[in-house]
Design a protein around this ligand. Structure first.
Ligand code: GLA
Length: 303
């Protein structure tokens, strides 16, 4: 008997590059998803209809399998995904969580997210924080997930009356090859620009939580502009295409705030806009639930 699991990508309202330093983050899961169909068998077989054969993505799948150890029983994994890779939307976490979810359908979702993060840190070699995996496994639709990466605890806050538009710059990066690790270690060194970004971003997250509490979209937007400037000038993970887009959006009616989203060095700009605001090049994002209940649904139909 086959079973299926699916896990979403995410954007992050605020709290960029603070998770690996124990800060609080505010991700929102979105409708782009990775789905895995698992059929038990004698050996592992991994196939994807949406990834290049043999490319880096397979390392994430193998990483999760290895991290699970004997708990993972061999079989065929058939993967399908609508999440673009290297776009700052946490495609690797969606893949890891969907794989872990189908192999261990009864594991509590926070534990599952922690296992996937360990797999990415130890087996793939990316020193990422916990944000993406928890967003993918634990988010609920219409809410920001408020995740304290120091205590590894979370709760949910409803989104105000806003819509989210995503602008893809088309610039791509591979997290494993980027300056992610280098900058994370700078962030852990007091007195550096990256450490200053982390300290100030933590303050912005506290204020953003107050804005979410009050339903203050304008206030939240103002914090997003400030976050972008800090990612550009202090954390130094932005790039010209993203800076240009954010600058254009700054003067656009109906836009509360916009910023580079995700790790950086490529990817997308997220804009928070008044409902019904439609802008050229912007895709409307729908917020979604984390690890889908299909994790425990038995089926023999391919994804
Ligand atoms: C990537 C990492 C996350 C986080 C973000 C930046 O998505 O996987 O852990 O550090 O970058 O906020």
């Amino acid at each position: 008997m086959s079973r299926r699991s699916s896990a979403p990508a995410r954007v992050n309202l605020l709290g960029e590059h603070v998770d690996h330093q124990g800060g609080t983050v505010l991700p929102v899961a979105i409708h782009l998803r990775t789905t895995v169909l698992y059929t038990p068998g004698d050996a592992w077989e991994i196939a994807s209809r949406d990834h290049e054969p043999g490319a880096a993505w397979e390392r994430y799948v193998r990483g999760v399998i290895d991290e699970m150890g004997e708990a993972a029983e061999p079989g065929r994994l058939e993967i399908a995904s609508t999440v673009p890779e290297g776009a700052g939307l946490a495609s690797s976490a969606a893949l890891e969580v969907a794989v872990a979810g189908v192999l261990a359908p009864d594991m509590p979702s926070l534990e599952l997210a922690q296992l996937c993060r360990r797999a990415e840190n130890a087996r793939v070699g990316v020193p990422c924080g916990l944000m993406d995996q928890v967003a993918s496994a634990c988010a609920i639709a219409g809410h920001a997930l408020v995740l304290d990466c120091g205590t590894e605890t979370f709760f949910h806050l409803p989104l105000p009356e806003v819509e989210m538009l995503l602008f893809d710059t088309g610039v791509r990066r591979a997290l494993a090859d980027s300056a992610y690790a280098e900058r994370a270690s700078e962030a852990a060194t007091p007195g550096t620009p990256a450490a200053r970004h982390v300290a100030e971003e933590r303050g912005r997250v506290d204020r953003a939580i107050e804005c979410l509490d009050k339903g203050d979209a304008r206030g939240l937007g103002a914090l997003m502009w400030a976050c972008h400037a800090s990612l550009r000038d202090l954390y130094r993970c932005s790039f010209p295409e993203a800076d240009k887009l954010v600058e254009q959006l700054l003067g656009t009616p109906g836009v509360y705030g916009a910023r580079l989203v995700g790790a950086g060095w490529g990817g997308c700009v997220l804009a928070l806009v008044e409902p019904q605001t439609r802008l050229e090049g912007g895709t409307l994002l729908l917020s979604d639930d984390g690890l889908s209940v299909h994790g425990t649904e038995y089926t023999s139909t391919p994804p």
